[in-house]
Design a binder for this molecule. Sequence first.
Ligand code: SAH
Length: 217
Amino acid sequence: MAEPAADVERMEFQLALRRRGISNQAVLRAMDEVPREHFVAADCAESAYADQALPIACGQTISQPYVVAYMTEQLEVRPQHRVLEIGTGSGYQAAVLSRLAREVVSVERYRTLADAARDRLKTLGYANVAVIAGDGFAGAPDRAPFDRIMVTAATEEVPEALVAQLAEGGKMVLPLGARNGPQYIVKLTKLPNGELEREELIAVRFVPLLRGQAKEL
Ligand code: SAH
């Protein structure tokens, strides 16, 4: 009997991630469990599992699956971890993180996106994710410290508040670089003396991290 198309699509999705070098089983499982078609715009549902970024509301994008998986793998999330994400967008990355962590707090500057992501995550049953409408440059001080922090929009400098909210031994993964220049995923580890160990990873292209909460929406 022929397999339903959806299963073939999911197998190809997993295969594409493995081929590109994602090898962590827990990350691959999380990517398999989260139904990406629920996080993209209805008119993009057909391309949901293609390895590309897709538009969401407010001129923003949901990152391409490989980059989501790669950043997640690099973050080295453990089941006891509390994770902060900056840039909720559709909530897809937060959903993937929620499969690996104890708790995820995600901050989004557009209230419209934050409200939609919160509803979506609740409907899909991701009970350990809290979505906050606010300015990610400030992090979530009342819920700090975090064992892991992921930023999903690009900045030139590591936001100070986020470094302050990272637990000792904690790790942060974020795209760094100028808006129109080269950007790299950077992984930071907070050492016991408070200093940051820094590793430059792959080249990427992200929408910018903008200051302040969005006024228009
Ligand atoms: N992680 C998202 C995609 C991120 S796109 C997903 O899985 O769908 C980047 C997001 O960061 C956008 O939604 C943008 O509005 C948001 N953003 C940009 N600057 C921000 C800031 N200062 N604080 C919080 N969110 C911000």
